[in-house]
Design a protein around this ligand. Structure first.
Ligand SMILES: CCCCCCCC/C=C\CCCCCCC/C=C/C(=O)SCCNC(=O)CCNC(=O)[C@H](O)C(C)(C)COP(=O)(O)OP(=O)(O)OC[C@H]1O[C@@H](n2cnc3c(N)ncnc32)[C@H](O)[C@@H]1OP(=O)(O)O
Ligand code: FAD
Length: 627
């Protein structure tokens, strides 16, 4: 029935102020107001339609993305949107595009690694989109091992230029988003060679395409790497391949904040750590953590609403069947994900603060917190993206068969999100970085250095103080266990930031109580999952473990009546969710039925191909049957 809220009874059960929770989720009243305004702007504009995305062939899909990106840019300028509003617009348009890399990596790379003079030259062009850039680091042969990149940038003192070259097939740049078909420029990572000496990997601004006719410049071979996983999804992006054949660029196009090459060909290093060349990745990892809660909450919103609509079994005396959300098994799969969405929101806020703090310290030449910032961004990126990708898939299963339909919104959400486990650093490779940081900390505790920040707790673990460890010895052999330790460390950060959030003043009737329940679900479900480890190490007795499980079940019951309101607090419009199962009004069945008839396959009653391929079979069967 149109206009009826099928979830109204569920909404009436809420024991807290949903509007106040919306503010907590958004971060502030101001953020909520901006979100509401921009979300409506996008939802009301037919140019941002996206319900046909999974059905479009690649070329059409890609052209459509170009159209949307250009239109978004036009609206940003017409409406004079601020950076914050423009970023929200990108969020609600909800279509991965070359612009993500231009704004999200190309510009930050120039800002982070370019000198003031380089920034003055390149940033105004990039801000006005008079040049469009990408981040060309990964190659066919190497992604994780950045120091293994093969592209060379050889200094030519006669012409004061670098010669950028791809010496092997495996040195071809491979994967950069926006590179395939759109970017005019790339921040390109290459080995700096001066006078035959290899100075390692550095960033260079290289023009790829003519600003007149968009054709590749001499010496450049560039194109798209082909279709990726899923329909729609990440195929709106032109991930590219790029080869250089002795391409010359002026010396001043090497990004020279961290190290410089003089006119005479002298290599000079600033006082800053060389790891700052990796700074763009730290920035983006932090952004990815902030985004994880958005993707997870979106899937959880769909699965929670549908679980309240869907009924199976349990009818008493001809009454309605049981809502599947009332099954404890459904709750034990769904509610920890709901709790994780909130937990990731708060840890994302904290990581943004940490990143800002580190950047301010770097300005003042204080590099002391850089290793911790690297470990936190790498580890939390790994943890939150893995849980989110698995969580989206779990939400699909929680929606039964209908979750497998594209109109549920979940298949595309999974396909567009799952590469986050790989890009910006493979999740295992990043956890190994955290493990290395933890082992270094242990070795420093042995020398009497007190750990601070997110590793302060290690100073309170008695037996660690007796440990003497060499970071390399046994590291590879024990790496699988060390990765588990790294995950546990990151989970501890998430839990502690959730608890810190609860220590703040949180207005709104019942809001804090709901967050306390979710926080409990978050850490108790982790404890439940890893109870074998806790029991084996005697951190818990079997009795405590059983009590914790009882408490967890009690919290599921506490959250149950509030579940719909807790996902309403994410404040997602139907346009943004793009899911029949997750509709705000819960009017699922008529809409599923209606949508089926819109599938192109149903445009004709007899399908194309029937006469060539089906009818001959049927005729043959008829003939056999007569025999
Ligand atoms: C129009 C409207 C507006 C629109 C607005 C849009 C805004 C969008 C905003 C954001 C969206 C962003 C979109 C994202 C899309 C993502 C697309 C994907 C991009 C990519 O994938 S780019 C490529 C990423 N590649 C990687 O991540 C590679 C992974 N590998 C590495 O990072 C490293 O090589 C390593 C960490 C594995 C290191 O290996 P190795 O041991 O060889 O290390 P070394 O190089 O020798 O260094 C050792 C030393 O350095 C420390 N270290 C390492 N990394 C860092 C770091 N990043 N920062 C600080 N320190 C670092 C390491 O710990 C060692 O230290 P110690 O010697 O132990 O002390
Ligand atoms: C959708 C998408 C977009 C991307 N966009 C960009 C972009 O814009 N710009 C760009 O430069 N790059 C981009 N990339 C590339 C991306 O950054 C790399 O794919 C990523 O860093 C992983 O590197 P790899 O492919 O070399 O994986 P590999 O390192 O080859 O990983 C293969 C396997 O080996 C394991 N492994 C690797 N090293 C170790 C180790 N030391 N110890 C234990 N196990 C290990 C990994 O865990 C993994 O299981 C993108 C990738 C994708 C999928």
């Amino acid at each position: 029935m149109e206009g009826v809220d099928h979830l109204a009874d569920e909404r009436k059960k809420a024991e807290f102020n949903v509007e106040a929770m919306k503010i907590v989720w958004a971060g502030s009243q101001h953020n909520l107001e901006v979100s509401n305004r921009i979300s409506k702007l996008v939802a009301d504009d037919p140019a941002f339609r996206k319900d046909d995305r999974t059905m479009l062939p690649r070329k059409e899909l890609f052209k459509n993305t170009l159209r949307k990106a250009a239109y978004a840019w036009k609206r940003i300028n017409e409406l004079r949107l601020s950076e914050e509003e423009a970023s929200k617009l990108r969020f609600y348009v909800d279509e991965t595009a070359y612009t993500d890399l231009h704004w999200g990596m190309f510009i930050p790379a120039i800002k982070g690694q370019g000198t003031d003079e380089q920034q003055r030259k390149w940033l105004p062009l990039a801000y006005k989109m008079q040049i469009i850039g990408c981040y060309a680091q990964t190659e066919l042969g190497h992604g994780s091992n950045v120091q293994g990149l093969e592209t060379t940038a050889t200094f030519d003192p006669h012409t004061d230029e670098f010669v950028i070259h791809s010496p092997t097939l495996t040195s071809s740049k491979w994967w950069p988003g926006g590179l395939g078909k759109v970017s005019t420029h790339a921040v390109t990572y290459a080995r700096l060679i001066i006078d035959g000496k290899d100075h390692g990997v550095h960033g260079f601004i290289v023009q790829l395409r003519s600003l007149e006719d968009h054709r590749p410049l001499p010496g450049i071979t560039v194109g798209d790497i082909g279709m990726k996983f899923g329909n729609g999804a990440y195929n709106t992006m032109d991930n590219g391949v790029l080869r250089f054949d002795h391409v010359r660029i002026p010396r001043n196009q090497m990004l020279m904040k961290v190290s410089q090459v003089t006119r005479e060909g002298k290599y000079k290093q600033s006082d800053v750590p060389r790891q700052l060349v990796y700074g763009t990745m730290v920035y983006v990892r932090q952004r990815i953590v902030a985004d994880a809660s958005c993707y997870l909450s979106r899937a959880v919103c769909i699965a929670t609403r549908y679980s309240a609509v869907r009924r199976q079994f349990g009818s008493q005396n001809g009454g309605p069947e049981t809502q599947v959300i009332d099954y404890k098994t459904q709750q034990s799969r769904l509610f920890p994900l709901l709790a994780s969405a909130y937990a990731f929101r708060f840890v994302g806020e904290w990581l943004e603060w940490l990143y800002t703090d580190v950047m301010q310290r770097l300005q003042a030449n204080d590099f002391s917190t850089l290793p911790e910032a690297h470990a936190c961004t790498a580890g939390l990126k790994s943890l939150t993206t893995s849980v989110t990708a698995d969580g989206i898939e779990e939400c699909r299963k929680l929606c039964g068969g209908h979750g497998y339909l594209c109109t549920s919104g979940l298949p595309e959400l999974f396909a567009v999100y799952v590469p986050a486990c790989t890009y910006e650093g493979d999740n295992i490779v990043l956890l190994l970085q955290v493990a290395r940081f933890l082992m270094k900390t242990v070795s420093q505790i042995g020398t009497g250095k007190q750990p601070v920040g997110t590793i302060a707790y290690m100073g309170r673990i008695e037996h660690l103080m007796q440990c003497r460890c060499n970071v390399q010895r046994g590291f590879a052999e024990l790496s699988a266990d060390l990765v588990e330790a790294a995950v546990a460390h990151c989970q501890l950060i998430v839990v502690s930031k959730f608890i810190e959030k609860l220590q703040q003043d949180i207005p709104g009737e019942g809001v804090k109580q709901q967050l306390e329940a979710l926080c409990g679900i978050y850490y108790l479900s982790l404890l439940h999952k890893h109870q074998g480890d806790f029991l084996a190490t005697s951190y818990l007795t079997p009795k405590q473990s059983a009590l914790a499980n009882d408490q967890l079940r009690a919290l599921y019951s506490k959250v149950r009546p509030n579940a719909i309101a807790l996902v309403d607090a994410f404040n997602y419009s139907d346009h943004f969710l793009s899911s029949i199962l997750g509709r705000y009004d819960g009017n699922v069945y008529p809409k599923l039925y209606e949508a089926a008839w819109k599938d192109p396959l149903n445009e004709s009653v007899v399908p194309d191909g029937y006469h060539e391929y089906v009818r001959p079979l049927l005729k043959q069967q008829l003939h056999t049957a007569r025999l």
